[in-house]
Design a protein around this ligand. Structure first.
Ligand SMILES: [Zn+2]
Length: 485
């Protein structure tokens, strides 16, 4: 069964394909809108990133790592990042680096795959590509320069505007979705037009770039269109993000890219739904806007957070509660117990188990008990379905006393399935195996200590703690241990 996934554009669950598997150069191109790096990402952001991590793992398992080209960007210039740099009187690149590092540490703690071999471009690294795209849009008559030097996209120049979010229909039904999202300047010809290039203002400080329209900086939407074009080409296979990005961000990306390139922008659009906390929308004023650090401080492991985020269907709102985290912790303990029992029963060491988890290729999924969980994932990324049938599959191994080769086969499939879900089960002996990103942080901290950079070493220790690891320093080296709850 092929991978089927909901497509927001057609509002249908449809097959997610590579364009031409017969062509050896064929790749599945996958763009996921990344974070704006001006503070810690919250648990709602991480729902999207964890879901996209499972999707990426599933695609890698299906096609092989070299056949999936994955890009997730970083937005490192916008009103929020510039305001932070101004408030803290630190250069923009320094504040965005700090929050990029934090984002990476959180992703590693949640066991998201490292970006490599995927790519993680930054908006400031692709200014020329953005200017080039705006230039084409100006020449084609899809954009205009306003009196203040800003450049706007002329929404009325693109007949298909609104095809993803059906915003024009919504406009008719409920009034002014278009207008409320676009109230950022008096200079525009029409309120629904949006900025491609923002003219430099005194508040922007040193943050500006030269362009044919004067000094300024790119608008948010053009960043993704330009990075996607530069790294994945004019038409991509899959574009994803949280549902809050559907309008206006993704709608505007489609308008810019399709007008500039003259071809379809993305063949498939996948949006994950919002997360509620205790039944309510997250907000600072309600005090329910959790970061990963907040939850670790309450005694939960990052792995339980990941598990809890996968307990809901990606296309349904997920009500995230502390109770759901307790349930996730106990599910993880049950998994750990069952796997440990099979390992002992089949005569395997923990090290051998770790090899099973990493051996994800050449597995006949359609064989026996493990077809169900993987079928659930292939069917519109049904993560709760996969978790549920994982337990019944494990239960069926326990009974019946299969032969040794069948046991190995089943353990391999369990390992590979946990790999796709990104759930790490460490039997006792392997518990000190830290993920690569954690080891990298520890190495950096060790190096900082050697050069007596105590502040740097301290900051890195905090990152390790936030990621759920403690670093025990010895005379000649260090040891990493997961934090006890
Ligand atoms: Zn984007």
């Amino acid at each position: 069964m092929p991978i089927r996934l909901h497509d927001s554009l057609t509002r249908q669950v449809k097959e997610l394909r590579r364009p031409d598997p017969a062509d050896p150069k064929d790749r599945l191109t996958f763009y996921n809108c990344g974070p704006t790096v001006y503070g810690p990402a919250h648990i709602g952001n991480f729902r999207t990133f964890v879901i996209n991590d499972v999707l990426r793992r599933l695609l890698v398992l299906e096609h092989g790592a070299d056949k999936v080209r994955y890009v997730r960007n970083l937005t490192d210039v916008d009103d929020k990042t510039i305001k932070l740099s101004r408030d803290e009187r630190r250069p923009l690149a320094e504040v965005t680096k700090q929050w990029t590092d934090k984002f990476h540490a959180d992703c590693a703690a949640l066991n998201c795959l490292p970006m490599d071999p995927g790519l993680e471009p930054t908006a400031t690294g692709y200014i020329k590509e953005q200017v080039d795209m705006i230039d084409v849009l100006m020449k084609k008559g899809n954009a205009y320069r306003a009196a203040d030097g800003s450049v706007y996209f002329k929404v009325s120049s693109f007949d298909d505007y609104g095809k993803l979010s059906r915003v024009k229909e919504r406009e008719l039904q409920v009034g002014s979705a278009l207008k409320t999202h676009a109230a950022d300047a008096d200079e525009k010809e029409d309120v629904s037009d949006f900025a491609l290039w923002k003219a430099h203002k005194p508040d922007d400080g040193p943050n500006g770039w030269e362009s044919p329209w004067g000094r300024g900086r790119p608008g948010w939407h053009i960043e993704c269109s330009a990075m996607s074009k530069a790294l994945l080409g004019d038409t991509i296979d899959l574009h994803t993000g949280g549902e809050d990005l559907e309008f206006p961000h993704h709608e505007n990306e489609i308008a810019q890219s399709e007008c500039c390139n003259g071809v379809l922008f993305s063949r498939h659009w996948f949006h994950s739904k919002h997360l509620l906390v205790d039944g309510k929308k997250m907000s600072k004023s309600l005090g329910n806007l959790y970061t990963l650090d907040d939850l670790v401080a309450k005694g939960f492991s990052p792995m339980a957070v990941r598990y809890a985020l996968l307990m809901g269907h990606p296309r349904k709102q997920l009500n995230f509660t502390l109770d759901s985290l307790h349930a996730a912790e106990s599910a993880l303990r049950r998994l750990e117990y069952q796997i440990k029992r099979f390992l002992v029963d089949a005569g395997f060491t923990d090290k051998e188990w770790m090899q099973f988890v990493q051996a994800t290729h050449g597995i006949d999924w359609m064989h026996e008990e493990f077809a169900q969980p993987i079928l659930a994932l292939r069917d519109d990324l049904n993560t709760p379905g996969a978790l549920g049938s994982l337990f019944s599959s494990l239960g069926s191994i326990a009974t019946g006393g299969p032969t040794q080769s069948l046991k190995i086969d089943r353990l391999k499939r369990t390992g590979a399935l946990l790999y796709v879900l990104g759930i790490q089960i460490f039997p006792e002996e392997s518990k000190v195996t830290a993920p690569a990103a954690i080891t990298a942080l520890a190495e950096k901290r060790w190096a900082a200590k050697q050069t007596r950079d105590w502040a740097g070493a301290d900051a890195l220790r905090k990152e390790l703690t936030a990621a759920g690891w403690s670093m025990l320093d010895g005379k000649d080296g260090y040891k990493l241990e997961p934090l006890k709850k």
